[in-house]
Design a protein around this ligand. Structure first.
Ligand code: COA
Length: 185
């Protein structure tokens, strides 16, 4: 297994999420505002956050994906997470991300995702895809600002609490970057 890649931007360090980050991870995934458009329940106990961290670690060890903890350079505390699930057969990856609500609106996620996308395209990925709930305009803005294109609607794509939901599918191809810079910052 490769060492965990640490990524840096002007304001941020993206690093491995470890058990000591449990309080911050619990804070993020127990917040109904963060979980509003997810197909899973908000966490109710810190030990569930420890399980989430263990899943991220296991995924990395098995080379199925990678999830970074987003930290501010000054504090080192995890204020969000982002990552990729590899689909090596198709040279593609699925992007996911979430930020503690207290840090929304400062352009942090777009800043964090730039080196993540560069990392993907440097590791044999040709296509990165992201799916968002139709009402999740904040997420769609982040993707559009990074150069992702909306591909269309995946009908009844996920099922949660007895209901099906449509999702918007976005993608960024390696060739899209020819006209777009993903330099950190
Ligand atoms: C989606 C998300 C990562 C955006 O990150 P961010 O760093 O706040 O993004 P930005 O600062 O670029 O802001 C993007 C948009 O979020 C919205 N936004 C900003 N601050 C907000 C706030 N305090 N409350 C609600 N929405 C806010 C605005 O529409 C903003 O667009 P604008 O810049 O044109 O005004 C973040 O909102 C989040 O973690 N949401 C919950 C988890 C989630 O939905 N993840 C994605 C699943 S597909």
């Amino acid at each position: 297994m490769n060492a965990f890649p640490v990524l840096a931007t002007e304001r941020l360090i993206l690093r491995e999420i470890i058990s000591e980050d449990t309080p911050e991870v619990f804070g993020i995934f127990s917040d109904p505002k963060v979980m509003l458009y997810y197909d899973t329940e908000a966490l109710t106990e810190p030990k569930q956050a420890l399980e989430v961290i263990a899943r991220f670690t296991d995924r990395h060890h098995k080379e199925l994906g990678i999830r970074w903890g987003i930290t501010l350079k000054q504090s080192g505390k995890v204020l969000g997470t982002c990552g990729l699930i590899w689909k090596p057969h198709n040279h593609s990856a699925v992007l996911g991300y979430d930020l503690a609500a207290g840090f929304w609106g400062k352009g942090i996620m777009a800043e964090a995702l730039k080196p993540v996308l560069t990392y993907a395209f440097d590791h044999e990925v040709n296509r990165v895809e992201a799916m968002t709930h139709l009402a999740n305009t904040a997420s769609q803005k982040v993707l559009t600002r990074l150069g992702f294109r909306a591909e269309g609607i995946l009908r009844d794509y996920f099922y949660f609490k007895g209901k099906f939901f449509d999702l918007n599918c976005f993608s960024l191809l390696r060739t899209d970057l020819e006209t777009k810079s993903l330099k950190p910052g």
